[in-house]
Write a protein that binds this ligand. Structure first.
Ligand code: ADP
Length: 858
């Protein structure tokens, strides 16, 4: 039996069902409007709404208000009401509010828009089996208090339950549509293919990426699009094998590591539609629950990534190339370049040249703590290095006064220092070191860098220059001194001759022993004065400045040179050792004048210095000369401390010295070797191995021996003057003119020569000319260096006007007369008396000149 209520109820339900059947998705304005109309036929509600939970705190509201303006946006959101949630969602019972004006805040808000009562029904999932789940709320509001209570609750709950199944479908559809939208608008390409490997679905991005319209793409075998996998499997096999897997786990269903790189063959957009290769990141997933689709793939275009990668790698290789170039540049730079850790001060970089220069493998150097400091040969040098590093360290970390970041280039470079660096083989180089800080933009110390430049050659050249300069000065001084000594010495010699004669002369009676003593004293005085003159002359020889490479070579008498050297060094030698000479007759050698003396003096001084004063009296220095006819050897041997084997090869290096600064410069041997080798000879040292055990210092050391070997001068170069033996006396007195400005010497000469000859003494060239005008002379004894007109000028004048008189000239000169005078003397062919000379020397020369002139007359 059906009541009218039942009938109304059925028709209402029918109306609702019709709306639901007509519309797949109820949650759109139009269908919802129709639903509202259907429900309105049975209940006079104010508003009908479906609220769908969305997240824990909100519900989405779909509502229609009858007769008034829509107060709520269709599809808007509202907060969750916990009381409703409990009642409706948990208990699955309707929730009534009879008077909204007295309810919750949200209820009072409803009252304001005209809803004075309302009821909420649970909308349950509609599969009809098992436990039901509340998926939404159906809310009806009424314009009067208690209106909700009067509504047909069971009918409305039935409608709510019918809505349940429809809503679920609507949710699903809405989700699918949204997903489809995502797929459609995705920038990544998505493809699906079936078990035959033919494409079944593609999104818009896939069309763009593959360059194919949809109708061409669908049905295309996937292998025409995607290149083989890295393991050689094609996408088809892959999908097939993945499809067979029974696993349901999502990760297992990904057939490949997500984002694997594959080649995609795309059609270009050009009219030719050529195929081009694009690199894509592919995530291929096997599909198991779709009989149609075997797999789908998400493809992301990596073209720009690949291009960027290629560019980056090109850049990287360019950087590597530059780096390599810089490294070679640094490694080959002829200096040591290093970098220190600013904190520890340890080496963090060293260029390759350091390896070559210091002879230490780079890795070893880098691994040795304090390597660079230790490479400094002297404590002074190490200190300089430390100071320079400390200075560099201090200049970091400070901001400049104007607040600008300091750039390294703005930091003043510290002054360089010079120090000796030890090499692995124990010899040393002189280096100029600079250490400077490397600062960041902010002025912080980033590193300490530095350079060490090998300046050994420069240093040697500089010192040699200074040395040469000193020698040149000394040479000039010595020549001057020698000249100044000559006249007084000449006078003293003549004076001694006179004294001798006086003592022997009549009128002076002396006891025979006293006379003997006086004679001996005179003899010794003569020797002493000659020695003074010799030393002055030798000093000049030794100190003559080195000539340039084309320095004139002279024929050098080796033994005489050795004697000169000995006379210069005797003072130093006799304090410590006995001097032994073994001078054989040897041929002369060809060398620059004075150089050999310099070498021998050097060896003698070294020998003397090698014998400590503490050694006893039995020490000796032996000088020998010997020759086999082709070479001449000079040996200097001592019984001193000797030379340890390990430094034997280093003593020839410039600046190598074991002596204190006031004793040695370390240059002597290097200069000596240079001189000897320039003359075509060799010089070497020998020293017995140290370690012999003597009986104390008196025995001396192992000693050392230095040998100079020089080629003997050839026969052609030998100019041995052949002197004819001449009678020492003349039958008659001859007329002698003495021209000498030095009064005492002139007087002594006059007296001495006057004993045998008729002598006229004048003190200048002008006076001589007058005298020569007056009368004839047989011999003119003329000083070369005189104030006013020189002896040379006088001779030239006489040679022009009176050649016979010119042949009577004998020149007198001091040592060190210089090249010009030498040339003049050689040109004139006139004999020379070198001051100081004895009266006998002068008389002999007078006889020679007179005889020669007489012979020429006949
Ligand atoms: P210097 O004498 O100024 O040191 P040299 O070049 O003349 O410079 O000598 C170099 C070094 O050779 C000396 O410091 C010394 O160690 C060594 N030496 C030279 N001659 C001798 C010697 N006769 N005996 C021992 N050592 C020597």
């Amino acid at each position: 039996m059906t009541t009218s209520g039942d009938t109304a109820r059925l028709s209402a339900l029918n109306a609702v069902l019709r709306v639901l059947v007509r519309h797949a998705n109820l949650l759109l304005p139009q269908p919802f409007e129709e639903l509202a109309d259907a429900v309105a036929a049975i209940v006079p509600f104010h508003r009908i709404a479906v609220l769908v939970p969305e997240g824990p705190d909100h519900r989405r509201v779909y509502a229609v208000t009858r007769g008034t303006r829509q107060p709520v946006v269709f599809g808007g959101r509202t907060a969750v009401v916990p009381a409703v949630m409990r009642r409706v969602y948990v208990e699955q019972l309707p929730y009534f509010v009879d008077d909204t004006r007295q309810g919750l805040e949200i209820d009072r808000a409803a009252a304001e828009v005209g809803a004075l009562s309302y009821v909420v029904f649970p909308v349950r999932s509609g599969d009809g089996k098992g436990t039901q789940r509340v998926i939404a709320e159906l809310v009806l509001t009424f314009p009067e208090v208690g209106g909700a209570r009067r509504a047909p609750a069971s009918l409305l709950q039935e409608i709510a339950d019918v809505l349940g199944s429809t809503l679920e479908r609507a949710f699903r559809l809405a989700r699918v549509r949204r997903l489809a939208m995502i797929l459609k608008t995705s920038g990544d390409a998505m493809l699906a293919w079936d078990r035959e490997g033919r494409i079944t679905d593609a999104n818009d991005a896939a069309l763009v990426l593959t360059g194919r319209p949809r109708d061409q793409l669908i049905g295309t075998p996937i292998i025409e699009l995607l290149g083989p996998l890295p393991d050689g499997r094609g996408p088809l096999e892959l999908a097939a094998s993945a499809g067979r897997s029974p696993s349901t786990e999502m990760t297992d269903r990904i057939a490949l590591a997500p984002g694997v790189r594959l080649d995609l063959f795309a059609r270009s957009m050009t009219p030719a539609r050529a195929l081009r290769r694009i690199v894509v990141a592919a995530t291929i997933t096997a599909v198991e629950d779709d009989p149609l689709v075997a797999a789908h793939a998400l493809l992301r275009d990596l073209s720009h990534v690949v291009a960027a990668e290629e560019e980056a790698s090109a850049r990287l290789s360019r950087i590597h190339e530059l780096e390599e170039q810089h490294r070679t540049l640094l490694d080959n730079a002829p200096l040591i370049i290093f970098r220190l850790d600013p904190g520890t001060g340890e080496l963090v970089y060293l260029n390759r040249h350091a390896e070559r220069l210091l002879g230490v493998p780079m890795n070893e150097a880098l691994a040795t703590p304090g390597f660079l400091r230790a490479a400094h040969a002297d404590a002074d040098g190490a200190q300089c290095f430390d100071d320079a590093v400390a200075r560099a360290r201090q200049s970091g970390g400070k901001a400049s006064s104007d607040g600008e970041p300091r750039r390294p280039s703005g930091v003043p470079r510290p002054p360089p220092y010079e120090a000796r660096l030890l090499r692995r083989n124990d010899d040393a180089i002189t280096a100029r070191g600079t250490v400077y800080p490397l600062l960041s933009e902010g002025g912080e110390l980033v590193a300490i860098e530095g350079l060490l430049v090998d300046v050994s050659a420069e240093h040697a050249a500089r010192t040699r220059l200074v040395q040469n300069d000193r020698l040149a000065t000394l040479g000039t001084l010595a020549a001057g001194v020698a000249h100044e000594i000559n006249n007084p010495a000449a006078f003293i010699l003549l004076g001694l001759d006179m004294l001798d004669r006086l003592l022997k002369g009549a009128g002076i009676t002396m006891e025979p022993t006293a006379a003997q003593g006086a004679a001996e004293l005179l003899h010794e005085l003569r020797d002493s004065i000659r020695r003074i003159v010799d030393i002055a002359r030798d000093l000049r020889l030794f100190a003559s400045p080195p000539a340039a490479d084309n320095g004139r070579r002279s024929v050098i008498d080796v033994n005489r040179t050795v004697e000169s050297a000995l006379s210069l060094t005797r003072g130093q030698i006799i304090e410590r050792a006995q001097l032994c000479r073994h001078l054989d007759e040897v041929p002369p050698v060809l060398m620059e004048d004075g150089r050999l003396a310099q070498v021998v003096v050097n060896l003698l001084v070294n020998a003397a210095q090698a014998i400590p004063k503490a050694y006893g009296r039995e020490q000796s220095i032996t000088v020998s000369t010997r020759s086999d006819g082709r070479t001449v050897e000079i040996e200097v041997r001592d019984t001193g401390v000797g030379i340890p084997k390990e430094i034997l090869s280093r003593i020839w290096q410039p600046f190598f010295t074991t002596k204190s600064a006031d004793l040695g410069t370390g240059l002597g041997l290097s200069i000596s070797r240079e001189i000897v080798e320039k003359a075509g000879g060799r010089i070497w040292a020998e020293s017995p191995a140290i370690g012999h055990s003597g009986n104390g210092p008196a025995d001396g050391g192992p000693g050392a021996s230095f040998v100079i070997s020089l080629p003997a001068a050839g026969r052609g170069e030998l100019v041995t003057p052949i002197l004819s033996p001449l009678p020492r006396t003349l039958s008659a007195r001859v007329r002698v003119l003495v021209v000498e400005d030095e009064a005492s010497l002139a007087r002594a000469l006059g007296d001495e020569l006057g004993r045998l000859h008729q002598v006229t003494v004048v003190s200048s060239a002008m006076e001589a000319l007058t005298a020569l005008d007056d009368r004839a002379f047989d011999v003119i004894l003329c000083d070369l260096r005189m104030p006013g007109m020189s002896g040379e000028a006088l001779y030239t004048r006489v040679a022009e006007s009176d050649p016979a008189h010119a042949r009577c000239f004998i020149f007198m000169t001091g040592v060190g007369f210089g090249a010009d005078v030498e040339r003049f003397l050689a040109g004139s062919g006139r004999p020379v008396l070198e001051k100081p000379f004895s009266a006998d020397d002068a008389l002999e020369e007078i006889v020679r000149v007179v005889n020669r002139n007489n012979a020429a007359k006949h």
